[in-house]
Write a protein that binds this ligand. Sequence first.
Ligand code: 6R9
Length: 682
Amino acid sequence: MEERERIYDEFEHYIVPSSWKDRVWEIEDYKKFYESTIKDKEAIEKWWEGWANKLFWFKKWDKVLDDSNPPFYRWFVGAETNLAYLCLDWQIEQGRKNKVALIWEGEPFDEMIRRPKEMRKFTFYDLYRRTNRIAYALKEKLGVKKGEILTFYLPMIPELPEYMLAVQRIGASHSIVYSGFSALALAERAMAAGSRIIVTADGLYRRGKIIPLKEVVDEAIEICEERGHKIEKVIVVKRTNRPAIPWNRRRDIWHHEFIRYISENVRVETERMGSEDISYILYTSGTTGAPKGAQHSIGGYAVGLYTTMKLIFDINPDDIYWCAADIGWVTGHSYIVYGPLMTGATAVMYEGAPDYPKPDRWWHMIERFGVSVFYTTPTAVRALMKFPLDYVKKHDLSTLRIIHSVGEPINPEAFRWYYTNLGREDVVASSTWWMTETGQMLTGHFPGLGKIFPLKPGTNGYPIPGVKLEVVDEDGNPCEPGERGYFVITSPWPGMFMTLYKDPKRYIDVYWSKFNEKGMYFYTGDYAVKDKDGYIWVLGRADDVLKIAGHRIGTAEVESAMILHPAVAESACVGRPHEIKGEIPYIFTVLKQGFIPSPDLEGELKSHLRNTIGPIVASDATVLFVDMVPKTRSGKIMRRLLKAVVSGAPLGDTTTLEDEAAVEEAEKAYEYLKKAMEKAEK
Ligand code: 6R9
């Protein structure tokens, strides 16, 4: 974070992609335009209504925005549409029946002929037929009804978007659990969503290996059952041909058998969904152990996605668009599936690792498909820029015209690397800031406006028109340019989540209470700075949430997983800066009496983490055994002190940030922990 603070301070020069030289906003002109879209509620409504009018609706709205009961904002009140209809039927109506909607590439690769072993293209009509068939089976064979939530635990295979669209068609909703999560995490989410159906696969390919999934689901179901929740059906997609998959004949069914006797021509009537009905819930980590189910709408969400696809990706039907994220993450929901399809783009979807079998897999794919718009993460860029540049240079990447990143702050070095080496200094590039809760991107550069403002390596650009973002101090007052503060959203936006599923109180407490004296400010949990030109620089989380390779993990989640282990008395998790992954977990651990620190025990605790949270946390975690975890008098873990220890920063004024910490005690703790860490590192 400190390094970034220096960057925006000293930032002097701009970059303009060569072919955009004549299409540059004077910053003041963009600001004028932007101001005109946010100057009052009417302006905001007018801006969003203009976009909404470009979409298909069964019935239009009575009201654009109902803000009479904040923070429960309602967008496009009274309107009716359907996400599956927007993504498929509406595209077909616009003449895209035979256009490729999805290019899917599997991970296995034939090195002899330098081609993927599997690559499939689906037209809009193909997807339309395939999802109708699944929708029919869900409805007729399992009685899935409007309002039901199905849990998906699937890898990056075409069946995942197909099931998503199938449930949308019949008015049901999904809750997708990232396939890297553990059985416990899956069980907790399936129970919280009240799902009786889980859709999964036998396994997935990762770096040439097969990773089992069905077994994890079975384990999760056992946990559910122990806690009194019944999973009635598990639909299993056969992905890997692994032999001897554990099977429960009453409960489990193969996907191919599930749809076998259903005609490929079957059609299911599309539910006319209310704008504020639930499209999906997606669980995300917060500062307490229990994951939060961000509940997304249909109408507002669609408008948010359509707008940003046009504004930030400047998407046109002839673009080959590739978002290289996982669908289990909000980025994949919004910008692999719903966003690209509803704009009629051709989207690429890739199953596996970026460096398999060689570190040029992605560049090879960009070349083979002629990708024009690319969306990726800083972690991936930093990992791939470590390899010799030849891997990039041997591929023709000249089709690229826009490359954006997401998920975490991007350091200027990584930005410059991709801007130059992938983008030949001629792409529009930016770091688009948004969150699971926002549903849609809210900052970036907007080639879709026909003009861009100059790029600054590492910045998040400007807020999109129609949305008010502010950087404020502890009291909610705007910070001076260059001054660090809390990042807040001060006007509602259409893609916003509607509440936390079944927990409206937590929705208010977590997001809308911190600055309530100032009005309805959505608190993002991030620190940010606005520089003197008005560019936003998001610096990182201000709360106890880590971003490990772009994945959001609550430190409380790690800590509550740790104490489930019989050897652990107490633990405190903080993020340690990492040059590729942004941050990695560092876990100070106090053992119960009778347990002795050892490498074996460390290994055991890490495999315990793998089983309780999943590999994202476990694979990079360091467990450090200590005699005590420093606490304030009110019993709160002194996290800033721990952060100073792990990042090698001096204690300095960190004590002042820690409420009620006795300076002397803090200093002692700091010295002790520093030594413990040095010892462990030797
Ligand atoms: C889309 C997504 C949200 C948190 C967010 C912030 C961080 C996301 C960023 C970024 C700096 C960017 N974040 N994009 N930080 N620059 N361009 O990542 O959603 O997983 O919910 O995480 O990610 O800290 O608050 P989610």
